[in-house]
Design a protein around this ligand. Structure first.
Ligand code: AMP
Length: 420
C-alpha cells in the first residue's frame, strides 16, 4: 500500500470487476443509441449557480452535498452533482433547440459528485448514464424514456426492479396542492428542520424516511386529487402507452424525488435487493428548468440511471455478465530470438483483431504459463529456438491441453479460424 488511499466515500474500479461496469454502461446506452439519442459530454464542473438555480436552492443536493470551489481567478464552481442542468445548459449554449429538430435527444455517461454520508450504494463519487429529450411536450416521449430504461435493465437480465410512477402536476395545479399540503403539515408534530421544509419545499416532507413522520402522513392530501384536467389527461396517456408497451409500473402518489425541477411525469426505478439505497435510477419531466436557468420555455423529460447501484443490483440477483476474456491468445517466447519473432506475431494478431498479450520481462516458461492461465486466453503460442528453426510455433489449446506445430506464416489464419 502507498501512503495514500482513495478518498472517503470513493472506490476504484479495478480489473476484472471494472469490466462489469463498462458492460453496464454499454447496456444502458445501447437502447438510447438506437432510438435517436446523440452522445453529449459536458465538463465535470460548472458555475455553481447553474445547480443552485436549476436543481433548487432548498434541495439537499445544493445545500449540503455540493463540492464547491473558488478558482484562482475567482470563479465559483461546483463539481457536478447531477447531469440534467449541465446538459440543458450545453444544449441552450449550442442553440441545439433552434436547429428546428425538436426534441433534441441526448445521452451522456460520466462521473458525479455529492458530499453524502457514505454507505453501501451511496458514494461521494458515482457514475450515471443519462438521457434527456429537450423541447417537446408529448406523453409518448415520457413513455419512450421509461421503456428504454426498462429495456436496458431487462437486457442485463435484471428482474427484481420496479418502476414507480407519479405526476407532480404543473404550474397551474401544483401551487394549489402545495398550499393544501402545507396547511395539513403545519398541524403535525414535527421537528424544527422539517417545519422549515414545510415552508420551502413541502412535497419533500412526503419523502421523509422516518417511521414516526410517515405515520403522521396518513390522510395527507394527495396530488392526484389536485391534478388539473390537462395534467390528468397527460398522465393517463403516459400510463396507457406504458401498458401497451408491456411495461409494468406501480402508481406511487408519494413519489416526489429530491430535485426541484420536476413537473408532471416523475418516476423512479427501485431494486428490492439493495436495502436502504434502493433507487437505481430516476427521472421525469422538467418543463420549467430551461426558464429557471435563463433559457426559453422548453418542456423536456429525462432520466439518469446509477451505474454503481445497477452493478449492486446485478450482484443481488446473482447475475454474472458474460464479459468476454480480454485476451484470446497469449504469446510465450523462450529465448531472445523467439522474443523478437513472437513480438512481431503479437502485433500481427492484434491487427487482425485477435485480442493478444505477451509474456513481458523475459520470465521462464513456468512463470509465463501461469500468466497465460491467469489471462484467460484460450490459446497460448509458445516458441523456442527449435520451433523457429523448423519455421513454426507451438499452438496450445488451454481448454483441451492439446498442442500442435503451426507454420509462422499460417498462425494468424489458423488462430482466426479456431476462434471463429
Ligand atoms: P438522482 O439524481 O438523485 O435521482 O440519482 C439518480 C441515480 O443516481 C440514483 O437512482 C442512483 O442510482 C444514482 N446515485 C445518486 N446518488 C448516488 C450516490 N451518492 N452514490 C451512488 N449512486 C448514486
Amino acid at each position: 500500500m502507498s501512503t495514500f488511499q482513495a478518498p472517503k466515500g470513493t472506490y476504484d474500479l479495478i480489473p476484472p470487476d471494472s469490466a462489469t461496469y463498462l458492460a453496464v454502461r454499454d447496456a444502458i446506452a445501447a437502447p438510447l443509441r438506437t432510438s435517436g439519442y446523440g452522445y453529449i459530454e459536458t465538463p465535470g464542473f460548472e458555475d455553481v449557480n447553474l445547480f443552485a438555480r436549476g436543481v433548487g436552492e432548498s434541495t439537499d443536493i445544493v445545500t449540503k452535498e455540493m463540492y464547491t470551489l473558488t478558482t484562482k481567478g475567482g470563479s465559483e464552481l461546483a463539481l457536478r452533482p447531477e447531469g440534467t442542468a449541465s446538459v440543458l445548459r450545453a444544449a441552450l449554449e449550442a442553440n441545439l433547440h433552434k436547429a428546428g429538430n425538436l426534441p433534441v435527444k441526448l445521452w451522456y455517461s460520466g462521473s458525479y459528485y455529492r458530499y453524502e454520508r457514505p454507505q453501501k450504494g451511496r458514494y461521494r463519487h458515482f457514475s450515471q448514464v443519462g438521457a434527456e429529450a429537450i423541447g417537446t411536450e408529448d406523453p409518448a416521449l415520457d413513455a419512450e424514456l421509461i421503456i428504454l430504461a426498462d429495456q436496458a435493465y431487462r437486457s442485463l437480465g435484471l428482474a427484481r426492479f420496479r418502476i414507480l410512477l407519479n405526476s407532480l402536476g404543473d404550474k397551474e395545479c401544483r401551487p394549489v396542492y402545495r398550499e393544501a399540503l402545507q396547511a395539513f403539515l403545519r398541524d403535525l408534530d414535527l421537528d424544527e428542520e422539517t417545519r422549515r421544509r414545510i415552508e420551502i419545499n413541502p412535497l419533500r416532507v412526503l419523502d421523509d424516511k422516518r417511521a414516526e413522520v410517515q405515520k403522521q402522513l396518513t390522510g395527507a392530501p394527495l396530488l392526484r386529487d389536485f391534478l388539473c384536467d390537462a395534467c390528468k389527461a397527460y398522465h393517463e396517456e403516459v400510463r396507457e402507452l406504458l401498458t401497451e408497451a408491456g411495461v409494468v409500473y406501480e402508481d406511487d402518489e408519494k413519489l416526489v424525488r429530491g430535485l426541484d425541477y420536476y413537473t408532471r411525469t416523475t418516476f423512479e426505478f427501485v431494486h428490492d435487493g439493495l436495502g436502504s439505497q434502493s433507487a437505481v435510477g430516476g427521472g421525469g419531466r422538467y418543463d420549467g428548468l430551461s426558464e429557471m436557468i435563463g433559457g426559453p420555455a422548453l418542456p423536456s423529460v429525462g432520466w439518469a440511471l446509477g451505474v454503481d447501484r445497477t452493478v449492486l443490483a446485478l450482484e443481488a440477483e446473482g447475475i454474472g455478465l458474460d464479459v468476454p476474456a480480454p485476451t484470446s491468445v497469449y504469446a510465450v517466447p523462450l529465448g531472445e530470438e523467439a522474443r523478437r519473432v513472437l513480438f512481431g506475431l503479437v502485433t500481427e494478431l492484434r491487427k487482425a483483431g485477435v485480442a493478444t498479450d505477451f509474456a513481458f520481462g523475459g520470465r521462464g516458461l513456468k512463470g509465463a504459463m501461469k500468466s497465460a492461465n491467469r489471462s484467460g486466453a484460450r490459446y497460448t503460442v509458445v516458441a523456442g529456438e527449435r520451433d523457429l528453426a523448423e519455421g513454426g510455433v507451438q499452438l496450445k489449446d488451454m481448454e483441451s491441453g492439446e498442442q500442435e506445430a503451426v507454420a509462422l506464416g499460417d498462425l494468424v489464419a489458423v488462430v482466426q479460424a479456431r476462434l471463429a
